[in-house]
Design a protein around this ligand. Sequence first.
Ligand SMILES: [Zn+2]
Length: 150
Amino acid sequence: MLAGAASGWDRVITHPISGELLVVDRYRPSEHLKRHLRARDERCRFPGCGMPVRESDLDHTLDAAYGGPTEDGNLSALCRRHHVLKHHSPWKVKQLGGGLLEWTSPTGRVYFDQPPPRNTVTFVPSDAGSSDRDPSDAWAALAEEFGTPF
Ligand SMILES: [Zn+2]
């Protein structure tokens, strides 16, 4: 039996044309996915918050413990304050695709938060000391961004 000795499985989904890794079902996002999300979000994704992404956490919108996948459609940057708020208050958030977040306040008001617009080439800092910086990743991320409706 093929791979009969495997102790477990990771679901790995790649882009059918570029071969780019899109989803791996594990709790920890890959370095590539973290770079992609830092470039997409740039700041905390709570409406009106400007905390830079380098000072934010990557949050599973639907908690991994409840089956939320570790992929860009279920992750967003939240600063520590809004990360705590999301988990310990009646605020609710869901992802609508393309990085668009729908936040619902405790009183039922709905707010939408879009990632900053991408009109030109930008560079975002990678982790300090990271040696795997590859300019082609930035181009791949941009190509992906241009494919989204936002
Ligand atoms: Zn924030």
